[in-house]
Design a protein around this ligand. Structure first.
Ligand SMILES: Nc1nc2c(ncn2[C@@H]2O[C@H](COP(=O)(O)OP(=O)(O)OP(=O)(O)O)[C@@H](O)[C@H]2O)c(=O)[nH]1
Ligand SMILES: [Mg+2]
Length: 403
């Protein structure tokens, strides 16, 4: 069992690098996200270290001088955990761990840990455990051996933790066991999905924390857990929604994130079946997030990985209530206008214009523009619905008559 206890926040240091492809600003945004992930996992970030380099050091990720600096900071400030923004190789992890003599995690590790913490059903737990085992396998040798065992905390929790000291063979056996367990549940779920008949299926997809569950609650009057932390939702929820007499199914599922560990995408493939089998995707975007365009790219990349990119998709730009643009002085001839200065109206004239009526701007929280949202979804769902139930299309009024 995963223990739920209130422990004092762990003191954490973050490390990122600045490279040619990842300038200072990007690096800061990534570390902001890593800090949010750390907070979600139960840690408090005391300091960030960044280093400019052409490429990561193959032995210790950052250079030895910087590492020395980190080492002293860790020692003097009672730091328990150091988290790197990029995936460390097993060798890097070992080397760094020896130098810093504290827990070393990378982004993948941290995300796996949050998933472990949040997995509620045995199905989600099995999937997380599989991902943990897959991550662990190449890293078994000498992992954290000098550290006190059973120390617990970030990165050590979850269904996979007892496996840390076992050898590869046992982990491999475990992986095949978990896979067969998942296969069995998959069969059941496929049957369940089959039983839902021909109703049109709509899936909410999007980056984590954009408001998918909030939107689901608003349109289906259900109570899906939503909160301002990452990965509030792991299990898929499916609800029947009716607009203007027209019934259809809406599913809310796990959010995506930049560099979602491949092990997780792999093991959550079945959870994502809901997305793969959907007739229509609602790609929810948090337009108030300064990085929302990159979020869209990350989501599209994962949709591509699960072969769902070509599906009919409506972009739902959420949190318009929280959108703020930086003020811009139109008479200023020196400073150029940037995206940060765009108002939502200006955004609508950018690449978003090409989306036409496949772009909606709403606030799920304040229930703004929800009528327009409902009408648009109704129109789209009805089009698919009448192809499946050709004899009763007269039951569904035109969109103008929908409240
Ligand atoms: N200001 C504002 N906040 C919103 C809006 N919609 C959702 N939120 C907040 O955003 C946070 C995340 O909402 P969720 O619905 O949990 O987001 P999610 O996409 O389901 O997140 P995960 O399940 O973690 O991937 C919560 O604190 C919501 O209250 C909105 O329209 N405006
Ligand atoms: Mg959610």
């Amino acid at each position: 069992m995963i223990e739920k206890k209130d422990i004092a926040l762990e003191r954490v240091v973050l490390i990122g690098i600045i490279t040619q492809d990842q300038n200072e600003e990007k690096s800061k945004e990534y570390l902001d996200e890593l800090e949010f992930l750390t907070y979600t996992a139960g840690g408090e970030v005391i300091k960030r270290f960044t280093q400019k380099m052409n490429m990561p050091n193959p032995k210790t990720f950052i250079g030895s001088g910087k590492m020395d600096e980190v080492m002293h900071f860790v020692k003097d400030n009672d730091i328990g955990t150091v988290i790197f923004d990029d995936e460390l190789s097993p060798a890097q992890e070992r080397n760094i761990s020896k130098i810093l003599n504290c827990k070393i995690l990378d982004r993948t590790n941290l995300i796996l840990d949050i998933f472990a913490q949040r997995a509620q059903t045995s199905y989600a737990r099995t999937q997380v455990e599989l991902a943990q085992c897959e991550y662990l396998l190449p890293r078994l040798k000498g992992m954290w051996t000098h550290l006190e065992r059973q120390k617990g905390g970030i990165g050590m929790r979850g269904p996979g933790e007892t496996e840390i000291e076992t050898d590869r063979r046992i982990v491999r056996d475990k992986i095949s066991l978990l896979k067969s367990k998942i296969k069995a549940i998959d069969k059941q779920m496929a049957v369940q999905r089959g039983n839902r008949g021909k109703l049109v299926r709509v899936a909410l997809v999007g980056y984590t924390n954009v408001g998918k569950s909030t939107l689901m609650n608003v349109i289906s009057k259900s109570e899906v857990f939503a909160e301002n932390k990452l990965f509030a939702t792991l299990d898929t929820t499916v609800r029947k929604v009716v607009i203007g007499n027209l019934p259809f199914l809406v599913s809310d599922t796990v959010g995506f994130i930049r560099k979602l560990p491949t092990q997780l995408v792999e093991s959550f493939k079945s959870t994502l079946d809901e997305v793969r089998e959907a007739d229509l995707l609602l790609h929810v975007v948090d337009i108030s997030h300064s990085n929302f365009e990159e979020h869209i790219d990350s989501v599209n990349q994962i949709l591509d990985e699960i072969e769902s990119k070509g599906k009919p998709t409506i972009m739902v730009f959420n949190k318009i209530d929280a959108y703020e643009s930086e003020p811009y002085d139109e008479d200023d001839l020196i400073v150029e206008k940037t995206k940060a200065n765009y108002t939502i109206e200006e955004w609508k004239k950018t690449w978003m214009a090409k989306l036409g009526d496949n772009a909606l701007f709403i606030s799920a929280l304040n229930k703004e523009n929800l009528n327009e949202f409902r009408k648009r979804i109704y129109k789209e769902v009805r089009e698919i619905h009448v192809t499946r139930f050709p004899y009763n299309h007269f039951l569904y009024p035109d969109v103008e008559e929908i409240e």
